[in-house]
Design a protein around this ligand. Structure first.
Ligand code: F0G
Length: 460
C-alpha cells in the first residue's frame, strides 16, 4: 500500500497551501503546545493529549466579517446552487478550517437538518418548549457526516490514499461513504456482533474494507492506534480534531434556526464524547464572536451501563477518567473509555451543563415516545429525552425553559431494537408505561371485516 499524493491539475503549491492555512492552528488541550507536528494517532507529540483547532486572532483578521454580515451570507447560501454552499457544513466555512483547494472538499450535501417541535414529548418531560435537532437526517443517517466531510477532505488534501476508523457503527458508515466519494480507500474496525446490521450493511455497500474484531469498541480503538503507526493510513476517529470542526456546524445551524436566540438547554447523548465537545465549542465560539449574547447549558446523557463520564464527574469531579466495561442495548454509545472526556468536562464547566444516566427501559420508552411524535430516532439518541425527564424532576431544567434534544441517528439505523420493543421481546417484565407505547403488528385474516373490526375496537 503506497501513500499516493492526489493533486488536481492547477492546484495550489504546498507553500501556497501553507500560507492559506495560517488561519487555523492545532493546539494541545493538555500542555497548550501549538504548531507541533501531531503523532500519527493525531495526538500531541509532547504529552500525547488530544488536539483542538484554534483560530488565532480571527476576530481581527481582515477576512473575518462581522457577525451580522456572516449571518446574512450564510442564509443567502441556502439558495445557492454551488455544491459547497449546498452543504450545511461548508456553508459556514468562515468559521471552519480552510481548504487550500476547495476541489478537495468531499460533500454529500450534509447538514441543513430539520429542527422539529416536540409537543407530545414536551408534555411527557414536563417542559413547555421542546425541539429536536435531528442529525439523523444526514446523508448516511447520522450526525457523523458533518464531521466526516471536513476530516475526510483534510485527508484528501494531505494526499492520503487510505482512511480508517474504529466504530460502533455510525462512524464506519459515514467514513465509508466519504472515503469512496473522495476516491480513497476506507478501513473499518468494528466490534463483532455489537453493532446493528443496518450500519454494517452501509459500510459494506459504500465500499469499505470492513473488519469485525472479536472485542469491544475500546478494543478496536487500541488495535487501530497500532495500525496507523505502522501503515500510511489517516485516522478518522473522533480524536481527529477536524471531525469536531465539522460537527460544530450543527450548533451554528441550530442557532440560525432559532433566529440567533440561544436556547436554555441543549441535551446531547454521550459516547466517545466528541459531539458534545464539538457543539459546546461552537456555542463558545459563537458567543466569543458576538453571534449570541448568552450560552445554552450543554448537558450530556449516558446509558447507565456505559457511564464513564457520569462517574468521572460525580466521583472524581471531572479530574481523572473512570473507565468502565460498557454494556447497553444502545450500541452506538457502548463505550467505556471515551477519548474526548477532557473536552467534554470543559464544555460542562464552561456552559454550566450537567450529566445524567438513564436505564435501558427509560431509553426504550423515550425512543418509542419520540417515534410516536412522527420523528423517530435510534436508541442512543433517545437517551436525551429520557435524561431530560430526570433533569426536569431534579429542577435542573425549569418547565418554562427552552430545551433542544440532539437526535444523533435515524430510526432506521437499528430496526432490530425497534421491532423487538414493539413485539414485547425487549423487556420481559410488564412495565405499564412501556406496555402503553408498544405497538405490535397485528396478524389478521385477509378480509376487510378483520381490519374494520380492529378500527372499531380502537375507536378514536
Ligand atoms: N449517538 C449516536 C447515534 C452515535 O453513533 C454516537 C457515537 C453517539 C451518539 C455518541 O457521540 O461519541 O461523539 O459522544 N458513535 C460513534 C461511532 C462512537 O463509532 O459511530 P460521541
Amino acid at each position: 500500500m503506497n501513500r499516493q499524493i492526489i493533486s488536481e491539475p492547477g492546484a495550489p503549491t504546498v507553500s501556497e497551501r501553507e500560507s492559506k492555512r495560517q488561519a487555523f492552528q492545532l493546539r494541545c488541550i493538555g500542555c497548550g503546545n501549538m504548531g507541533g507536528t501531531p503523532t500519527k494517532n493525531l495526538r500531541c507529540a509532547d504529552c500525547a493529549d488530544l488536539l483542538e483547532v484554534i483560530y488565532p486572532g480571527w476576530k481581527h483578521s481582515a477576512g473575518m466579517q462581522s457577525a451580522s454580515a456572516l449571518k446574512a451570507l450564510w442564509k443567502q447560501r441556502r439558495t445557492s446552487l454551488v455544491p459547497l454552499d449546498e452543504s450545511g457544513v461548508w456553508r459556514f466555512r468562515e468559521v471552519l478550517p480552510n481548504l487550500a483547494n476547495e476541489n478537495d472538499a468531499i460533500t454529500l450535501r450534509e447538514g441543513n437538518t430539520p429542527l422539529y417541535s416536540m409537543p407530545q414529548c414536551a408534555g411527557k418531560a414536563g417542559v413547555e418548549t421542546l425541539f429536536a435537532k435531528h442529525q439523523g437526517m444526514n446523508p448516511t443517517g447520522s450526525f457523523k457526516d458533518t464531521g466526516m466531510t471536513m476530516a475526510a477532505s483534510i485527508a484528501l488534501q494531505e494526499g492520503f490514499r487510505w482512511v480508517a476508523c474504529a466504530s460502533t457503527g455510525n462512524t464506519s458508515a459515514s467514513m465509508a461513504a466519504y472515503a469512496s466519494r473522495g476516491g480513497m480507500r476506507g478501513l473499518v474496525l468494528i466490534p463483532e456482533g455489537q453493532i446493528s446490521w443496518s450500519k454494517l450493511s452501509q459500510a459494506l455497500d459504500y465500499g469499505a474494507v470492513t473488519c469485525q474484531l472479536k472485542t469491544d469498541f475500546d478494543g478496536c480503538v487500541k488495535v487501530l492506534n497500532q495500525v496507523v503507526l505502522e501503515m500510511p493510513v489517516y485516522l478518522l476517529n473522533s480524536v481527529n480534531p477536524y471531525r469536531l470542526e465539522g460537527q460544530k456546524t450543527a450548533a451554528i445551524e441550530l442557532l440560525e434556526q432559532l433566529n440567533w436566540e440561544s436556547p436554555d438547554h441543549v441535551i446531547v447523548p454521550g459516547g466517545n464524547l466528541a459531539n458534545s465537545s464539538a457543539l459546546g465549542k461552537a456555542f463558545l465560539e459563537m458567543k466569543d464572536l458576538g453571534f449570541i449574547s448568552s450560552l445554552p447549558k450543554v448537558s450530556i446523557i449516558q446509558a447507565e451501563g456505559a457511564n464513564p463520564l457520569v462517574r468521572t464527574v460525580r466521583e472524581n469531579a471531572g479530574q481523572k477518567l473512570i473507565s468502565v466495561r460498557a454494556e447497553t442495548m444502545a450500541t452506538a454509545i457502548r463505550i467505556g473509555s471515551p477519548a474526548s472526556w477532557k473536552k467534554a468536562v470543559r464544555v460542562l464547566e464552561a456552559t454550566g451543563g450537567t450529566v445524567e444516566q438513564v436505564s435501558e427501559a427509560e431509553i426504550a420508552l423515550a425512543k418509542a415516545e419520540i417515534g410516536a411524535e412522527g420523528i423517530g430516532c435510534e436508541p442512543a439518541s433517545a437517551v436525551t429525552l429520557a435524561g431530560l425527564k430526570k433533569l426536569v424532576k431534579q429542577g435542573f431544567v425549569k418547565p418554562h425553559e427552552t430545551v433542544i434534544l440532539i437526535l444523533t441517528g435515524h430510526l432506521l439505523k437499528d430496526p432490530d431494537f425497534t421491532l423487538k420493543f414493539h413485539r414485547g421481546d425487549l423487556f420481559p417484565e410488564k412495565d405499564a408505561a412501556i406496555l402503553a407505547q408498544q405497538r405490535a403488528p397485528l396478524v389478521l385474516e385477509p378480509s376487510p371485516k378483520a381490519v374494520i373490526e380492529v378500527l372499531e375496537k380502537i375507536g378514536n
